[in-house]
Design a protein around this ligand. Structure first.
Ligand code: PGA
Length: 249
């Protein structure tokens, strides 16, 4: 039995006021949805305080978009996982393709961030996924396996026991080009095979999920929910995507 999860990645968007009002609209809409679903929003660091005031005491969970690989010290510009915990964050997105590909973060740094998040008692939402070039050259599975191995080599076989994995093909993120349900299912089932004891691991799909395609993606047996970018900025769209999850995974 796996928990269906929908997480909104708000990326570099919003103001204090708009972040607060988006969170409030989602909290208001959640009462219409089934209880088994876990819904998470990940605003920018500087909006966490505003959003935490809205989500406190509600079923809407708070997450961050990244965390430092270090706990404290002379690391200008970084935000550490214990600081995020203090704001009420329970989840942290790690290894998003924009961190890997726009900011050039390596597998090694990404794995160290993952370790720092778990050490602070938070749950990583670990993103993996191939570029278009990698897909076209037939290396999707080896890329995803390498990204999973980076964390496992550092932390051992149990590293995904308390984690969420998000499969996000880079070519589908923010492009309006979604992986077909079958393409996504193939990689999800591959990931489940690569991770020890993965029957209870929630594996999310991300990449241009919209209300119109969420249902067919979430109907696949190994897709346990979604990591949502653009559509997470509109409360009605985000709630419609939440409503498309299956109760029984
Ligand atoms: P998108 O982003 O839904 O806008 O494609 C997904 C993500 O980057 O997590």
């Amino acid at each position: 039995m796996r928990t269906p999860i929908v997480a909104g990645n708000w990326k570099l968007n919003g103001t204090r006021a708009s972040a607060r009002s988006l969170a409030q609209s989602i909290v208001d809409g959640l009462s219409q949805l089934h209880d088994a679903l876990r819904v998470i929003v990940c605003p920018t660091f500087v909006h966490l305080g505003e959003v935490a005031e809205v989500t406190a005491g509600t079923p809407l969970a708070l997450g961050a978009q990244d965390a430092a690989d270090q706990q404290s010290g002379a690391f200008t510009g970084e935000v550490a996982a214990p600081m995020l915990a203090e704001y009420g964050c329970r989840y942290v997105i790690i290894g998003h393709s924009e961190r890997r590909h726009v900011y050039g973060e390596s597998d090694t740094l990404t794995a160290a961030k993952y370790a720092a998040v778990q050490a602070a008692g938070l749950t990583p939402i670990y993103c993996v996924g191939e570029t278009l070039e990698e897909r076209e050259s037939g290396t999707t599975q080896s890329v995803v396996a390498r990204q999973l191995r980076a964390v496992r080599d550092l932390l051992g076989d149990t590293c995904f026991a308390d984690a969420v994995i998000a499969y996000e093909p880079v070519w589908a993120i923010g492009t309006g080009r979604t992986a077909s349900p079958e393409q996504a299912q193939d990689v999800h089932s591959f990931i489940r095979g690569e991770v020890p004891d993965a029957q209870s691991l929630s594996i999310l799909y991300g990449g241009s999920v919209k209300p119109g395609n969420a249902g067919e993606l979430f109907a696949m047996p190994d897709i346990d929910g979604g990591l949502i970018g653009g559509a997470a900025l509109d409360a009605a769209d985000f709630l419609a995507i939440c409503a498309a999850t299956r109760m029984e995974q």
